[in-house]
Ligand binder design. Structure first.
Ligand code: CDP
Ligand code: MG
Length: 769
């Protein structure tokens, strides 16, 4: 094991063998030099300190305890008491003092950029203030129009009165599902309403809102999809594009679209809210919209760097947690890791090491948080640490700005995050662990200074901070596949995607590839216009390859099976449970599901067997299947089924026809064909890349000549995951635009994209100056 054995640090790491240090030996002392070079927002200004001191607010928890003790409101039911407590704590948020100013700025300006430190109350309070100001009241001038137009809006009640027409909504977008859910839950609580009624959320495959909803949190991707049904978003009176600094692909596209609708809906209010980053850039984009800055509540944070680079940052993070725990006063710890696997690993390591230390140390509660964690587990991170104990939160960069957890005094920042990267040359998308930007590093450090002065331990050197980290992260639009977004924009009638109003334009090559793929899939015609097929594909919130697969199932009369397969693929790789102490049993159980044809058919088999047990938990348990994932697949499937009605595809079941099923998959995934080659490897047809069948695949020890894979994963080798066997004739049948030769054996040549695509390229090049 190379765990941090690099030089000086190793000796000091050995402290678990009962050598408990009183200082934090493996860090350099505070790097004064680096400190002075930090951007200004990393350090608190004097007047800010004074501002903070004036506030002297009791924390929410103290407040709760006080209330409990005084039993002032004993007569009230628990809900009311909670509501009052929350109401009090809402008043302690930094944004509260600016409520009037903020509301009048919103009255005066159609577009407003709101910048404020994470935790100042932007996400949870703005919507409520706006609601209280009456922004949900339907606009009276529009009323006639609504009454004439749509009778459904004015339902006659039995007593003869007309039901008042629907109120307008306040929408607030979030880049992350978890944030949308947890923030909606919090606001519902603060308003003392049931989640899903007046306050709701909408995320892909899960709509927790209703007719009554007036405050709606949603992922940016969901709002984008709402344009399809309502191109002017007429049901919203206010749109808040929150966490704008994250610059996700969907947020960036939203910028262009909402800017446009704001022009012809003068009453629409548009708020762009962001952490303390990039406000000027947003203002510029939105025609010099004014910026409203909410002064933050922020305490100084001392920053420590490691003396030498860390060989294994997960191990280093774990050691640092324990060092803080034994040497530092109470206060919670937040550790930034890149994903679920790392978080689980760190969790295990911490459990094991704290167990060894037994009662020598105070209680340490370990809490993971990542986007796919079940929501009941997610809520736990907000619970206070037990008296005399400490909690440590192991989080992805979701905790950087989108979630605010009170009580954090220490931050451990290994300096990495998982980022999507896209190789526009070969169209390969991958999630890679990448160094964060300076802006991110500073956001992370800031998490330690919300309630009191804090400390941030950076598991990299100060030299690395200054020389190796970029100032800002690259916006997602410049490093991702655009197929889905291009399809969506085309179906919104936006044809000129080159001259779309981008804040930062995507690389031309990426746009070209998206056109090319959509053409190959039949979603665009040779004039690069949306086809009927393309329009139907756009209805699905899925990758175009998956949407095409679903639509192709109509031809092969197996839509029921394809829906199941697509749903199972969407809960990717978490179907089979493989506990470390029972790998053999788990593998046998998994292999028992294998059926000829390949992994997609195997997934179908798992689902159908589960369905036959009436979706039994026990059955999952006995067969090493993850019940939660299955449930999620079922939920996704239900959602997709309702979308099928919209595109008018009948649900037909034909489970025995595995050829039809595989042909449907072929119609969507022909880009992902690989052929067995002489050296014992497979070669992808498009890029002649050498790949292997993943060892977990049902086809692992067979050697089908042609396969189609769902995705490539790079571990020790480049593996194809979720593989089916196909016949090469199927390619020509299902993808006539793409495969020319009758038999791939002839020369394995892929049909040249027609000349028209050359024209697209020229056109793009002309427009990109
Ligand atoms: O959006 P911004 O970062 O400005 O702040 P916010 O998300 O509105 O959070 C304001 C406060 O609400 C936080 O400091 C938390 O105390 C609280 N909150 C919470 O307790 N639970 C949540 N799920 C969200 C916020
Ligand atoms: Mg927020």
């Amino acid at each position: 094991k190379a765990n941090g054995q690099s030089g000086q640090n190793f000796e000091q790491r050995k402290w678990e063998d009962e050598v408990i240090h009183t200082a934090l030996p493996h860090f350099g002392s505070l790097d004064k030099d680096a400190k002075s070079k930090q951007p200004k927002y990393d350090y608190i200004l004097d007047e800010e300190i004074q501002f903070v001191q004036q506030l002297t607010i009791p924390g929410v928890n103290e407040f709760l305890q006080q209330k409990e003790k005084s039993k002032l409101h004993e007569h009230e039911d628990e809900n009311k008491r909670k509501y009052r407590t929350l109401l009090e704590s809402r008043k302690t948020l930094p944004i509260y003092k600016f409520r009037e100013d903020l509301m009048s700025a919103i009255r005066d300006h159609q577009v407003l950029i709101i910048e404020g430190e994470t935790g100042s109350g932007k996400t949870t309070q703005l919507t409520q203030y706006l609601f209280e100001e009456g922004y949900c009241e339907a606009d009276t001038e529009d009323e006639d129009e609504v009454e004439d137009g749509d009778d459904d809006d004015n339902i006659k009640l039995p007593d003869g009165k007309k039901k008042t027409k629907k109120k307008m909504m306040i929408g607030c977008t979030q880049p992350r599902r978890v944030a949308a859910m947890s923030v909606a839950a919090r606001v519902a609580e603060e308003m003392n309403v049931k989640l899903g009624r007046e306050v709701g959320y909408s995320i892909r495959f899960e709509d927790c809102s209703s007719e009554r909803t007036i405050i709606k949190y949603m992922t940016d991707g969901m709002l984008l999809r709402e344009f399809l049904g309502e191109p002017d978003l007429a049901s919203y009176s206010v749109l808040i594009v929150d966490e704008a600094h994250e610059r996700t692909l969907h947020t960036d596209i939203l910028f262009g679209l909402v800017k446009d609708i704001a022009r012809f809906r003068p009453k629409l209010k548009l708020l762009i809210s962001s952490a303390t980053l990039d406000a000027e850039k947003f203002s510029q984009f939105f025609d010099d919209a004014p910026i409203f800055r909410i002064p933050g509540r922020r305490f100084p944070v001392d920053i420590y760097y490691t003396k030498a680079p860390e060989a294994d940052y997960v191990d280093a993070a774990v050691v640092t947690v324990l060092q803080i725990h034994v040497t530092q006063p109470l206060g919670d710890i937040l550790v930034f890791l890149t994903g679920q696997e790392e978080i689980e690993l760190a969790n295990e390591m911490l459990l094991e090491r704290t167990r060894k230390l037994g009662t020598k140390i105070k209680e340490l509660i370990i809490l993971p948080i990542y986007s796919t964690l079940p929501s009941d587990m997610q809520i736990r991170i907000f619970e206070p640490a037990p008296p005399g104990g400490r909690k440590v939160i192991l989080a992805t960069n979701i905790a950087e700005t989108s979630l605010t957890i009170d009580g954090i005094h220490f931050v451990i920042d290994p300096g990495f995050c998982k980022q999507k990267t896209y190789n526009a040359r070969n169209g390969m998308e991958a999630l890679t662990i990448t160094p964060i930007s300076k802006a991110s590093a500073n956001q992370r450090a800031g998490r330690a200074g919300r309630v009191a002065p804090g400390k941030c331990f950076r598991l990299y050197t100060s030299w690395a901070y200054q020389h190796e980290l970029d100032d800002n992260s690259i916006p997602e639009i410049q490093r991702t596949n655009l197929g889905n977004v291009v399809l969506l924009l085309k179906s919104l009638g936006i044809n000129d995607l080159v001259n779309f109003d981008y804040m930062d334009p995507p690389p031309m090559e990426t746009l070209r590839l998206a056109f090319e793929q959509l053409y190959a899939l039949g979603a665009l015609n040779h004039k690069v216009e949306l086809t009927k097929l393309g329009r139907r594909m756009a209805e699905f919130p899925l990758d175009p390859m998956l949407s095409k697969t679903i639509l192709a199932s109509e031809t092969y009369k197996c839509s029921a099976e394809i829906l199941t397969i697509v749903s199972m693929l969407s809960v990717n790789n978490s179907i089979f449970f493989r506990p470390k102490d029972k790998t053999l049993l788990a593998d046998t159980a998994r292999q028992a599901f294998f059926v000829p044809g390949g992994d997609h058919i195997t997934l179908l088999n798992v689902y159908n067997q589960w369905k036959d047990t009436n979706f039994s938990t026990q059955w999952c348990y006995e067969n090493f299947i993850q019940f939660r994932s299955m449930n999620r697949a079922r939920q996704v499937r239900d959602q997709l089924e309702t979308l099928m009605e919209r595109v008018e595809i009948e649900i037909l079941s034909n489970p025995a026809d595995t050829i039809g099923i595989r042909k449907s998959i072929c119609a969507g995934f022909f880009y992902h064909t690989a052929k067995f080659s002489k050296n014992g490897m497979y070669k992808t047809i498009r890029h002649q890349q050498s790949v292997l069948i993943h060892p977990n695949s049902a086809l692992f020890d067979q050697i089908p000549r042609y396969v189609i894979y769902f995705e490539l994963v790079l571990t020790t080798k480049e593996y194809m995951r979720q593989v089916i066997e196909i016949e090469n004739e199927w390619l020509r049948e299902t993808a006539p635009h793409f495969y020319k030769t009758k038999k791939l054996d002839d020369d394995d040549k892929v049909k040249k994209m027609p000349k028209v695509l050359g024209k697209i390229k020229a056109e793009l090049e002309r427009n990109y100056s």
